[in-house]
Design a protein around this ligand. Structure first.
Ligand code: ES4
Ligand code: ZN
Length: 324
């Protein structure tokens, strides 16, 4: 089964590029850039990754990215990840990027976008890995800041596929970003949003109704609302579910308790994703393997989930045909 899941062509639709920063590269970049970290070793970094909820993770995630200073750092970060992903049978990666987190610590948007852009072009050439980019808004920051970011990103609009919404969910409902998402739509960008990870089912409905998203990131709390589940099924709305993320952020206590089998049973359009692989104990293959262990799914189930992701991906029809 491991060989089958590894060889299965997988598209990753829910990934934060800053969440791919492995402790080894974090320490190396800290050294290279003279950034002080509260860790003496790679082991200490890993030991600190014992999260109680989303916020406890976000605190370390924002701290970890402080080592990223130059375009070369961003290129190295993404290339390191693309190589690992390609090694485990990932053929397409869509990266969320959090520019506000970098701007806030004095790293220019151009630094981030040029570095990631170089890595994306190399991935295509060197690894036959297609990529897409999602400009994410930090939902715990003011709505005006999101709009400002979108305008500042004008030189990079051509390189973007979508806007997204991430960071601390509860208390920051999707409707807060109605204007930024309307502007993104006018620019021809697709919309996705994290909803129903820690937040209530109403946030999922709001993401659909107010932000006009084509995918919901996480969405695992939809099961609390049968009317919403029926709607998501009828609309074949794509949910980008991240099993190991949900486990490590204590959305569920054990993977065996995860709502994934019930969501599958409900006929939802599901995909499996890694979210922040460096922080949550594994990449795409580890997420697939964890589901195999917890739910005993057959090859057909995994084929279906992998196919859902290819069909929902931001990629050219030529590339999609190649991967079908
Ligand atoms: C995130 Cl797991 C998760 N949820 C919300 N925002 C995020 N940013 C990075 N990882
Ligand atoms: Zn996420």
């Amino acid at each position: 089964m491991r060989d089958f899941l590894k060889a299965l062509p997988k598209a990753e639709l829910h990934l934060h590029i800053e969440g791919t920063l492995e402790p080894e590269l974090m320490m190396a970049l800290a050294e290279r850039n003279g950034v002080r970290l509260p860790y003496a070793s790679v082991e200490e970094v890993r030991a600190a990754y014992d999260f109680s909820d989303l916020q406890s993770f976000l605190d370390l995630y924002f701290q970890g990215m402080s080592v990223l200073r130059t375009a070369q750092d961003f290129e190295d970060l993404a290339m390191d990840y693309f190589r690992r992903a390609a090694d485990e049978g990932v053929v397409h990666v869509e990266l969320h990027v959090d520019p506000q987190a970098h701007l806030a610590r004095g790293v220019e948007l151009a630094t981030v976008m040029e570095g990631l852009g170089r890595a994306r072009r190399r991935a295509e050439r060197e690894l036959d890995l297609s990529t897409a980019m999602i400009l994410a808004f930090l939902r715990d920051r003011p709505a005006e800041e999101a709009l400002d970011l979108l305008e500042r990103a004008a030189p990079y609009w051509e390189t973007l596929d979508a806007v997204g919404l991430d960071s601390a969910e509860v208390g920051n409902p999707p409707a807060k970003f109605a204007e930024a998402f309307r502007r993104a739509s006018a620019l021809g960008l697709a919309r996705v949003a994290h909803a129903g990870e820690e937040g209530p089912p109403d946030y999922i409905r709001e993401a659909l109704d107010v932000l006009d998203v084509c995918r919901v990131d996480h969405g695992v709390r939809c099961l609390e609302d049968p009317t919403l589940v029926a709607r998501l099924r009828d609309e074949a709305m794509v949910l980008t579910v991240c099993p190991l993320s949900n486990l490590r952020l204590r959305v569920v206590e054990r993977l065996e308790d995860h709502p994934l089998p019930a969501m599958l049973e409900a006929g939802l359009n599901l995909t499996l994703n890694s979210d922040d692989p460096a922080y949550f104990g594994g990449g795409m293959l580890d997420n697939f393997l964890a589901c195999r262990r917890a739910f005993g799914w057959s090859r057909e189930v995994f084929l279906g989930l992998a196919s859902n992701a290819i069909e929902a991906a931001f990629m050219s029809e030529a590339r999609r045909a190649e991967l079908r």
